[in-house]
Design a protein around this ligand. Structure first.
Ligand code: TXD
Length: 308
């Protein structure tokens, strides 16, 4: 039986995730949305592209959760995206209700599924899903860090004219403007970033990374980024289904790691067939720890606001 991934929310990130997953022949995909006809239309269009690219996967669209039955992974992207000038936190109450419902509805049909959350405010929506489904922390992972790190990698690659494959960057913390790009742990083919870039250029890249989501929102004027977030979802899905033991920055429920407990936060973590395998702990200096703690307080404030 092929693996099955159901994506709740067939908007920009949901349908683009389906696209990347199908293109890489990772799994069969079900797209669910409340808008009538839209998930069916997008799924059919994508299905009709498969003969052209020679991939044998099934892509189905539906307005009904029944279609998701027996999924290995549930991806939740349902919710409202940011408009220019809005912060991710402005989406709190509307998206909490949507994510709660999506979790409850899918879990009864796929009781063993692993959940990947994308909906903003990301770290808090992971908590909403975890509570709604009473899920163990291994089975619920938020996507943010792969995207934020990829943005930083892209900016470094553009600046240095080096292949993106040679660039390793790690952005930890909450998915918001307080995120923590770890320059000391980032490198180009093993050479630390600060040996390759001046302090000013490095600071400019860090700043652009922090505001990377807003930069796209301001350019698009309608909606937020979707190609890169969806590529990150596909990478997580593949790591889980292929049991790759891949270490990537993702949002996980901390239980003492980095000195924090009981909330979702972006840290490097290893992903395999059972979901979260372990959290990797870097040695952080005082300054890095301080930035991480600041980002943590921001996330816990929003958790409190959400009254989950
Ligand atoms: O890195 C990250 N975590 C993010 C997060 C990167 C990009 C986008 N990020 C957030 O994901 C964004 O702030 C939003 O909260 C979500 C979805 O963003 P997207 O760009 O895909 O938004 P769209 O195109 O508006 O799609 C959302 C879809 C839309 O088609 C709605 O009809 C649908 O969600 N929707 C629902 N589907 C199913 N069930 C319910 N209840 C529902 N409500 C809305």
């Amino acid at each position: 039986m092929p693996n099955k991934v159901s994506i709740i929310g067939a908007g920009m990130t949901g349908s683009t995730s389906a696209h990347w997953i199908a293109q890489q022949e990772i799994a069969d995909v079900v797209l669910v949305d409340i808008v009538e006809g839209m998930p069916q239309g997008k799924a059919l269009d994508l299905q009709e592209a498969m003969p052209v690219i020679g991939k044998d996967v099934s892509i189905v669209g539906s307005n009904d959760y029944e279609e998701t039955k027996g999924s290995d992974i549930i991806v939740i992207t349902a919710g409202l995206p940011r408009k220019p000038g809005m912060s991710r936190d402005d989406l709190l109450s509307t998206n909490s209700a949507i994510v709660k419902e999506a979790t409850e509805q899918t879990l009864r049909l796929s009781p063993d599924a692993i959940y990947i959350i994308l909906t903003n405010p990301l770290d808090v929506m992971c908590m909403v899903a975890m509570k709604a489904g009473n899920l163990p922390r291994e089975r619920i992972i938020g996507q943010a860090g792969i995207l934020d790190s990829a943005r930083m990698r892209a900016f470094v690659a553009m600046e240095l004219e080096v292949s993106v494959e040679n660039i390793n960057c790690y952005v930890l913390g909450g998915h918001g403007d307080s995120m923590v790009p770890l320059t000391r742990h980032s490198n180009v083919a093993g050479v630390p970033l600060n040996k390759m870039l001046s302090a000013e250029r490095l600071e400019a890249i860090v700043e652009r990374t922090r505001k990377g989501g807003g930069e796209i929102v301001a350019l698009l004027k309608k909606g937020s980024a979707y190609y890169a977030p969806a590529a990150a979802i596909a990478q997580m899905v593949e790591a889980i289904l292929k049991n790759k033991h891949l270490i990537v920055p993702v949002s996980v429920y901390l239980q003492g790691e980095y000195g924090h407990t009981d909330f979702f936060f972006g840290v490097p973590a290893q992903l395999g067939r059972d979901g979260l395998e372990k959290v990797i702990e870097y040695d952080l200096n005082e300054e890095e720890m301080e930035s991480l703690n600041k980002s943590a307080s921001h996330v816990t404030e929003v958790v409190e606001q959400a009254k989950i």
